[in-house]
Design a protein around this ligand. Structure first.
Ligand code: SAH
Ligand code: SF4
Ligand code: F3S
Length: 435
């Protein structure tokens, strides 16, 4: 019996898929490479933008044909899209070949749904408070391991669907996180990435806990490993957190700090609770305190009411902040969010702005890449880069991806790589020293 999981969206979902795989393997299923070979197909969905959602509904629709050929095929849909208001009912009615729909807070019901498939369809998006420890996990990202530290979000940025589909913010207990991390390190994982929609607000709901102290506890664990974290909300990134990163050698000098816009007026309408000046001041402070830090970001264009002047403020901020890379998005109205009710911007204007933004960030990335040529960096070897033949890849501490040739036995090892050339975002190097 075989399973195929189709994962969409962010790291949170990638990690949830490791839990789904854990449940399925516990039930005796093995992984396969395509829905055609599978007995169970699971869609772990995302609804952050309309494009994501449309694509997923298209992929689910394709299961209709497959199920005609293989009537015993079980189709399950879970994740953020199913948690949206009305989605579960929509799938129940319009996709009669879907057997199971679960939300983001009741994955524990997947086993039951699959066991009963064929006899009874299961549609349930109730939020049960399931403990992380209750899930078997099948990790697929060695040498990195994802570790949830907090779930949900309380920020309600006016464009964003996440607080509606992931529920209120709640933190895992520090002792549980520490126990998981210790276990992963003793299993040989070399990089731990702490996950949360807003890691900086970790511990606000637990007496005596804070993100800085959690990082310090993990940072002082013995052995050579890397600690990463994402995502940081600028409004909650305290000096204490910056100090914790600067103090510990094994906490990576890499901060993902989504800015969204360079216009204070738009940031206010987005309910981000910082402005352009305070964001730029924070970037400066991080750069002063953490040597060679790589700051990455998320930026959106075409938010309701964004004028050419607002957009030029974003371009200007991109040049000033010098992000090592940026994920750039076109704003997509999400039903149920305040921004979806505001007057919307023309698609042609959005398209023009995203092209200009990408070109602007590309210039910045190219400039930073050039300064890296000729220098040596410690890189953790991650595995093959399948985009290029016989090429391995790994990341610098600051988070830049580097391609190089080496033996596959070096996966999970730290090597020194000398950067030989750079084509904008892609760095190419040679291994000069092995662990
Ligand atoms: N919790 C993270 C972001 C999670 S969503 C944070 O607060 O930074 C990842 C990114 O998707 C966001 O940073 C934002 O840039 C983008 N995004 C969120 N909602 C969007 C929407 N409605 N349209 C387009 N992009 C969106
Ligand atoms: Fe969405 Fe804002 Fe929460 Fe991030 S902080 S998940 S952008 S509401
Ligand atoms: Fe992530 Fe998409 Fe959900 S970005 S939290 S999977 S809506």
């Amino acid at each position: 019996m075989k399973y195929y999981i189709h994962t969409y969206g962010c790291q949170m979902n990638i990690h949830d898929s490791e839990k789904i795989a854990g449940i399925l393997r516990d039930m005796g299923y093995d992984e396969c490479n395509s829905p055609e070979e599978a007995d169970v197909v699971v869609f772990n969905t995302c609804c952050i933008r309309e494009t994501a959602e449309k694509k997923i509904y298209g992929h689910i629709g394709q299961m209709k044909k497959l199920k005609c050929k293989k009537p015993n095929l079980i189709v399950a849909v879970c994740g953020c899209m199913s948690q949206q208001e009305g989605a579960s009912e929509h799938i129940r009615q319009s996709y009669p070949f879907v057997d199971v729909v679960l939300g983001t807070g009741n994955l524990n019901m997947l086993r039951q749904g699959i066991e009963n498939a064929g006899r009874q369809r299961l549609f349930n998006t109730d939020f049960c408070c399931v403990r992380e420890e209750d899930f078997p996990q099948y990790r697929t990202s060695y040498p990195n391991a994802w570790v949830n530290i907090n779930y949900g979000c309380n920020n309600f940025c006016t464009y964003c669907i996440v607080p509606y589909v992931r529920g209120r913010e709640r933190s895992r207990r520090p002792e549980d996180i520490l126990a998981e991390v210790k276990g992963l390190l003793s299993d040989g994982y070399k990089e731990i990435t702490l996950l949360g929609q807003n890691v900086n607000s970790y511990g606000k709901d637990i007496e005596g806990a804070s993100f800085a102290s959690l990082m310090r506890e993990i940072g002082k664990l013995p052995g050579k490993f890397r600690l990463r974290f994402m995502t940081s909300h600028p409004k909650d990134l305290t000096q204490d957190i910056i100090d914790a990163v600067a103090e510990h050698k094994n906490i990576c000098n890499n901060v993902h700090l989504p800015v969204q816009s360079g216009s204070s007026r738009i940031l206010k309408a987005m309910n981000r609770r910082y402005d352009r000046e305070s964001y730029l001041a924070l970037v400066e402070r991080i750069k002063e305190c953490i040597p060679d830090v790589g700051i990455t970001t998320d930026i959106m264009v075409g938010f309701p009411g964004e004028t050419e002047e607002d957009f030029c403020d974003t371009l200007d901020l991109v040049r000033k902040a010098q992000f090592s890379s940026a994920f750039c998005f076109v704003y997509s109205p999400r039903k149920g969010t305040p921004a979806s009710l505001m007057p919307q911007i023309d698609d042609a204007v959005k398209k023009d702005r995203i092209t200009r933004l990408l070109a602007c960030q590309n210039e910045v990335t190219k400039r930073i890449s050039k300064t890296m040529v000729g220098k040596r960096y410690e890189v953790l070897v991650e595995g093959n880069n399948f985009r290029y033949k016989d090429t391995m890849c790994g990341r610098t501490e600051s988070g830049r991806l580097v391609n190089f040739k080496c033996d596959s036995s070096l996966v999970g090892k730290f090597v020194t790589v000398k950067i030989e050339r750079a084509s904008s975002a892609t760095l190419w190097g040679v291994v000069t020293e092995e662990e």
